[in-house]
Every structure is written in C-alpha cells, then in structure tokens.
Ligand binder design. Structure first.
Ligand code: PGA
Length: 257
C-alpha cells in the first residue's frame, strides 16, 4: 500500500494563508513528483476553506480531509458539520478523535465511534486518532489504553469493499512537543493496533483497506526512521505540514520508502 503523508493544519492558518499553502503544495508536488502514485498526500485544512482548497487540489492526486465531523447528516446541531457536507465540499478523509478534541472538548470514545460510523456511511475515510498520555505510559498502561480506544472507536463497523480506515497512533505527549516517539516503540504500538484491526476485520481487509500511521512531532528529519519500519504506513503531521517545502520533503521521503 502507498504510504500516507497527511497534513493536519489545525486552526493555525488564516483563510488566505491556507489557500497560499495549498497552492504551494500543489505546485511543488507537480514539479517534484516523478510518480504521483507512490505516496498518498492528504491535507486537512480548516472547514471554512475546504471548498476553495478542493478547487486547488482537484485532479492533482492530493487528497482532502476534514478535521472533524458530527455523527448526523442533518439536524439542529449548532456549529457542527456533517459528513454529508464534508463529502459535498470535496473531502474524502476526515480526522476523528484527535487528542486535542478529546482534551479540550471532552470528546469521548463513544462520540468517536458515532463519528466513525457516520463517516463510513458516506464512504469517507476516517483517520482515527488514538494514543496514550504520558501518565498512562509511565504507569505501564499504553497497550490497554490503545486497545480500549480502538475497540470503542471501531465498534459496530464492518468494512465494505469501498470503505477505508486509517488509524493514527499519536501518543499525546509527542504531539506538538518536538519530542517524537522512539520509532521502535511506535512500531510496537502499530503492531498492537494492527492485531486489533485483524481481529475486527480479518487479515485480508486489514491489508487492503486499513492503514496504521504515526503522528507526533514528525519532521523530514525523523520521518525516515519511522517509515523504515514497514508496519508504519505513513504519518499524520501537524506543525511541520505548515511549511510547503518541509511537507513536500516528507512526501518525497514517503514516495521513496
Ligand atoms: P505535530 O501534530 O506534528 O505538530 O506534533 C501532530 C498532530 O496533532 O496530528
């Protein structure tokens, strides 16, 4: 499977800067990439610029994702955005359960599960974030936390042929801290997640329709050491995705791996 390089722009950019960054990524990708099918690049801008960024990336092979979605397609849910609208705006991917949402907005495993189910219903590809806190890790609970989060997030999902799920292993203490996980340690967590996916969907569907990627202080400097483990199938990148040159460098590394 192609390696994923997914940029999560969070709430970091103005509309104008988002458009400029999308244009720079598209320009650079078209210039540098000899084989555009060798890595799957995805960008997740703010919902407010999705339509505009869609026009920029359309037809380039670069995928577009939302940063969150609600679990209903329509209704009295002030401030929310539905999977149906995301699809209409041209998104194919959507991040769910990011630790910043779990931490600041009280997002629970149950909510994450409802979102995953709703996204799959629209054939959008959920990027499901899981990961332990520093305290959970220090008390030896990394594995049990990951298993609980995965099982809860993917409860009552059966992947039909056109559906895909990406799980991002993002240890909370590594996000935005400049302190990335040790790649061997991350690979071990990926194995655990993959085993859970196999348990849920079987080997074949896991191979074909699921990917497990790493997130947390990824840069062009350390990406190679993560992708050196074949079980790490890409990266979810925050801070380092805001610089087109740096982001494209990561896409290049993923293309060669
Ligand atoms: P970071 O963010 O790369 O800035 O650590 C990753 C993420 O939040 O997905």
């Amino acid at each position: 499977m192609r390696k994923f390089i997914i940029g999560n722009w969070k709430m970091q950019l103005s509309d104008r800067d988002s458009v400029a960054l999308a244009e720079a990524v598209v320009r650079g990708w078209a210039e540098r990439q000899s084989d555009p099918s060798s890595a799957q690049v995805v960008i997740c801008p703010s919902h407010l610029v999705l339509a505009e960024v869609h026009d920029i990336v359309h037809g380039t092979g670069i995928g577009l994702g939302g940063q969150d979605a609600f679990w209903e397609d329509k209704g009295a849910f002030t401030g929310e955005i539905s999977p149906a609208t995301l699809a209409e705006l041209g998104a194919k991917y959507c991040i769910v359960g990011h630790s910043e949402r779990r931490q600041h907005l009280g997002e629970t495993d149950d909510m994450v599960n409802k979102k995953v189910v709703a996204l799959l219903r629209r054939d959008l590809y959920p990027i499901v974030c899981v990961g332990e806190t520093a305290e959970e890790r220090d008390s030896g609970r990394r594995d049990s936390v990951l298993v609980t989060q995965i099982r809860a997030a993917l409860k009552a999902t059966a992947l039909s042929e056109e559906q895909r799920i990406i799980v991002a292993y993002e240890p909370r203490w590594a996000i935005g801290t400049g302190r990335a996980a040790d790649p061997n340690d991350a690979a071990e967590a990926h194995q655990l997640i993959r085993d859970e996916l196999i348990e849920l969907y079987g080997v074949e569907k896991t191979e074909r329709q699921c990917a497990v990627i790493y997130g947390g202080s990824v840069t062009s400097e350390n990406l190679g050491s993560f992708l050196g483990h074949s079980i790490i199938e890409g990266a979810l990148v925050g801070g380092a995705s805001l610089d087109a040159k740096e982001f494209l460098m990561m896409a290049d590394i993923a293309s060669r791996t």
